[in-house]
Design a protein around this ligand. Structure first.
Ligand SMILES: *[C@@H]1O[C@H](CO)[C@@H](O)[C@H](O)[C@H]1NC(C)=O
Ligand SMILES: *[C@@H]1O[C@H](CO)[C@@H](O)[C@H](O)[C@H]1NC(C)=O
Ligand SMILES: *[C@@H]1O[C@H](CO)[C@@H](O)[C@H](O)[C@H]1NC(C)=O
Ligand SMILES: *[C@@H]1O[C@H](CO)[C@@H](O)[C@H](O)[C@H]1NC(C)=O
Ligand SMILES: *[C@@H]1O[C@H](CO)[C@@H](O)[C@H](O)[C@H]1NC(C)=O
Ligand SMILES: *[C@@H]1O[C@H](CO)[C@@H](O)[C@H](O)[C@H]1NC(C)=O
Ligand SMILES: *[C@@H]1O[C@H](CO)[C@@H](O)[C@H](O)[C@H]1NC(C)=O
Length: 287
């Protein structure tokens, strides 16, 4: 079982819903659609035509790249859009996701001038407001495990250290822009586990806004959801994902280990299986 937490603009509230994680479909896994209801266009307007051309262009490019931004139409009917696929999925999966997303976003946000759709594999958005190169903090979606991370009183620090190692490398990645993945065996007195992580920024960000975005994503998961054993955070401009795999082996000899920090944070006050305190039923949203 996993849970999703969402922060939503413009209403700025949180909600969660549960998700069964045993889906075996090859279809993309939808997380949430954010249709902005504050600004609508009319049917058969130029904005609608431009929006639909934009979504088609994104869809057609998705077998070729993991990221695309596009601008269609003249003011005041200009539509800006983008898609971003996770760097650790192949182009087939990326393209399937973007093709589904571009159809669903137009279907579900029929007349809205701005919208986001988040899947576990990709995100698609369009807007009448220019957003390229800007760091944006909303809307955010977090999918996280209800199991606590191994060695949970040190995990926050372990993950934070991992991020400090990965972030300096993110702007120099070559094959897929702004994407770094990593796997490390964490060996601690309490036990060993594999930490598999990835970070990724939208390539329109500059390195400093990319860093800001990834630190924001880490701060979101480290404050929202306890210390989950795995999490996937999508923000409008960056993605953070980590998973942990506990190893069955016995603890290694203490001499090979760093000493336990006397400053390690206190254990979680929540029992591992209890829902987080912010849990609420999902409100009726979007269509
Ligand atoms: C925009 O359309 C949505 C339905 O899609 C509606 O709920 C909302 O009130 C509309 N917003 C405005 C400002 O008219
Ligand atoms: C792409 O990844 C999916 C899911 O992991 C896999 O089922 C598929 O075979 C892969 N396709 C190619 C061409 O590698
Ligand atoms: C689109 O809206 C329909 C209901 O109108 C809902 O069942 C469906 O889950 C939504 N799909 C997405 C991708 O938001
Ligand atoms: C970084 O993002 C901010 C918005 O949060 C934007 O104002 C600024 O121009 C961006 N920096 C660059 C170099 O694009
Ligand atoms: C960061 O990049 C350097 C140089 O390419 C490499 O040696 C190092 O292993 C990378 N670190 C991580 C954590 O990926
Ligand atoms: C894509 O984004 C960049 C900013 O990173 C912008 O300069 C460029 O015009 C955009 N391209 C399109 C086709 O909108
Ligand atoms: C994890 O660390 C961050 C800062 O590094 C802090 O804001 C957060 O409260 C910590 N979370 C827990 C559960 O200790």
């Amino acid at each position: 079982m996993a849970r999703i937490i969402i922060t939503l603009t413009p209403l700025f509230y949180f909600f969660f819903f549960s998700l069964f994680s045993h889906q075996t479909l090859s279809q993309p896994q939808h997380m949430h659609t954010f249709c902005n209801p504050s600004d609508n266009f009319t049917q058969t307007s130029s904005y609608e035509t431009n929006r639909n051309i934009l979504l088609t262009a994104l869809s057609l490019s998705s077998p070729l790249v993991h990221y695309l931004n596009a601008t269609i139409g003249l003011s005041p009917d200009t539509v800006y859009g983008m898609f971003l696929c996770r760097g650790d999925i192949n182009t087939t999966t990326c393209s399937d996701c973007v093709q589904t997303a571009t159809i669903e976003i137009a279907t579900n946000c029929t007349l809205n001038k701005r919208a986001f759709i988040y899947y576990q594999e990709c995100m698609v958005r369009y807007s009448n407001v220019y957003f390229f190169s800007e760091f944006e903090s909303k809307p955010v979606i977090v999918l996280y495990s209800l199991r606590s991370a191994p060695n949970s009183n040190r995990f926050n620090q372990t993950l934070s250290n991992k991020l400090d190692q990965l972030i300096p490398n993110v702007s120099s990645s070559t094959l897929i822009p702004y994407f770094v993945e990593d796997q490390e065996r964490v060996t601690q007195l309490e036990g060993s586990y594999d930490l598999v992580s990835m970070i990724q920024c939208s390539p329109d960000l500059d390195p400093s806004n990319c860093t800001i975005c990834l630190r924001f994503a880490y701060a979101t998961v480290s404050t929202c959801c306890g210390i989950p054993s795995s999490a996937l955070i999508f923000t409008p401009k960056c993605i953070l994902r980590y998973r942990t795999f506990v190893l069955p082996s016995p603890a290694p000899s203490p001499s090979s280990l760093p000493p336990l920090s006397p400053l390690s944070p206190p254990p979680l006050s929540l029992p591992p299986q209890s829902p987080p305190p912010l849990m609420q039923p999902p409100p009726p949203l979007n269509t």
